[in-house]
Design a binder for this molecule. Sequence first.
Ligand code: GRF
Length: 206
Amino acid sequence: MTNIAVFISGRGSNFIKLQENIWKGEISNANIAVVFSNKNDAKGLEFAKEHNIPTIVLDEKDYSNRKEFDKAIIDVIKPYNVDLICLAGYMRIVTEELVNEYKNRILNIHPALLPAFPGLNSQKQALDYGVKVAGCTVHFVDTGVDTGPIVLQKVVDVKSDDTLDILTSKILEQEHVAYSEAVNLFCTNRLTIKDRTVKISETGIN
Ligand code: GRF
């Protein structure tokens, strides 16, 4: 069983979808062992609490810098024997402390077709640029911003009358599909990373 820590900062719809798809059996060999947040008012924490999924909140203001914050996170999640961290709307840049401790075991979902539009407000960046397709990317996390090896991407068409709200919700719908697929591939040992390419094998390795 793969023990997952999901990191959130807000609404948590990607976290909720992951948990629902684990319950439905669409993600195998997975257990969300803990939900971590840097915001104690993150809406997604409510769902975790309602379903007795352990939650941990740490406030960055209590730490002198990002590195110390990440060291504290490593300590608090240790008891959960975490195999995989899923960043899901986690609005913090993670440091090498966390990346090295969980090498090739941190995934992120980003609402753009990387390497286009990294960072914040990606959907608006895409719309302002006038792209005809947009989408989302699940990638492994390295020490850069949205730069790690790509696991999978989903594409949506951008129509000329799409507003930011419409595009954001079309992408979010695909995020929910993409993240579950990627987590299932990870949890069934089907991902290997060579340089910056992620190879997906047909069958799982035990
Ligand atoms: C998603 O669009 C995700 O890609 C981005 O932040 C949003 C979080 O949504 N990083 P939610 O908290 O999972 O609902």
